[in-house]
Design a protein around this ligand. Structure first.
Ligand SMILES: NC(=O)c1ccc[n+]([C@@H]2O[C@H](COP(=O)([O-])OP(=O)(O)OC[C@H]3O[C@@H](n4cnc5c(N)ncnc54)[C@H](OP(=O)(O)O)[C@@H]3O)[C@@H](O)[C@H]2O)c1
Length: 300
């Protein structure tokens, strides 16, 4: 099995270098440029502060018909444009694994690659790309994969090499539930920390706002078959915020660096799901519009 990584940013480079150093066959694909370098040197800075130099092979568009496994680690809003270039070119035997925050591209994937084994995942690993050739592993985390279609259920064999490379990886038969749980945490921590421009620990000073956002979301969560009371959701959010108190959320970082955020696939996805069943989320809508307004000052 050869791992092709589409989107060698922070998470993609972290996975690529860890897989490579544990003996896996790994290469990088960029669907935006036709000409590729033969390889991409990457220094992996490990959690203990040591370094490991890796040479990541790059493959060209011509090689797409030979792919055996595609791991997509772009930002969520880049997934569809990145994969559009592969429609009709990727062999039907090639599994596609999505690994991003937010939800939404799964439905597009099921429609456009119906014959491929399709999987999705969530990860709480932390990585920071210091420069194009230097990836810093910033936090151990859990990585869960699960199937999006029947063909995807046959790829539990991806778990041992991932677990060996990352320290943790596991299979989930309830991957959609895991995605939803992460989505809810992200939908509260990310926009609030981005708007207040503060690290995650700030949530403890905004308890009423967090409680109100959870309460508003609760009918949608019940409709999605989550049975726990609203207080349980609040507790999870405050716990994550406390455990990551010094960290800046990805949305805060994106806005601070004038980059497009993942809000359309986090809060935007929740708003779409709520609208489908006639639930109104005015507080979340307000957060969404505020982030979009800030984003519009530097995106076209
Ligand atoms: N970083 C973390 O610690 C972390 C932790 C958990 C989850 N996540 C999630 O993981 C996802 C990726 O995050 P990230 O921090 O790794 O983002 P990132 O650093 O921006 O990485 C995305 C990479 O994909 C590249 N890309 C975009 N379109 C491409 C294409 N068509 N072909 C090849 N490469 C393409 C981007 O290149 P350009 O920069 O040139 O556009 C960028 O290098 C996000 O959903 C994020 O929320 C991140």
């Amino acid at each position: 099995m050869q791992w092709t990584i589409l989107g060698a940013g922070a998470i993609g480079s972290l996975f690529a270098t860890h897989l490579l150093r544990t003996g896996q066959d790994v290469n990088l694909l960029d669907t935006r440029c036709a000409r590729q370098h033969a390889s991409h040197p990457m220094m992996l800075e490990l959690l203990d502060g040591s370094f490991c130099m890796c040479e990541l092979p790059c493959i060209s568009h011509q090689a797409v018909s030979d792919l055996t496994l595609l791991l997509v680690t772009t930002k969520v809003w880049q997934v569809i444009p990145a994969l559009e270039a592969l429609v009709g070119k990727l062999p039907h035997s090639c599994p596609i694994v999505l690994l991003h925050n937010g939800m939404g591209p799964e439905e597009w994937l099921l429609t456009h690659f119906p014959q491929n084994p399709l999987l999705t995942g969530v990860t709480s690993c932390g990585a920071f790309k210091k420069d194009p050739h230097h990836i810093k592993h910033t936090g151990l985390g859990e990585t869960w994969l699960g199937a999006l279609n029947e063909a995807g259920t046959h790829y539990q064999s991806l778990i041992p090499p991932l677990a060996n490379a990352l320290g943790h990886a596991a299979w989930s038969d309830q991957i959609r539930e895991r995605q939803w749980r992460k989505l809810v945490v992200n939908a509260i921590i990310n926009p609030l920390t981005a708007l207040y421009n503060q690290p995650n620990g700030m949530l403890s000073e905004h308890q009423a706002e967090v409680n109100a956002l959870c309460e508003e979301l609760h009918p949608l969560l019940i409709a999605e078959s989550f049975t726990e009371p609203v207080t349980a959701w609040c507790e999870v959010i405050f716990k994550v915020a406390e455990q990551t108190a010094q960290n800046y959320s990805s949305m805060q970082q994106d806005l601070a660096h004038q980059r497009k955020t993942e809000i359309d696939y986090i809060t935007g996805y929740l708003l779409q799901q709520a609208e489908k069943i006639g639930i109104k989320l005015p507080l979340h809508q307000d957060l969404y519009l505020k982030i979009k307004k800030l984003e519009s000052t530097f995106t076209t």
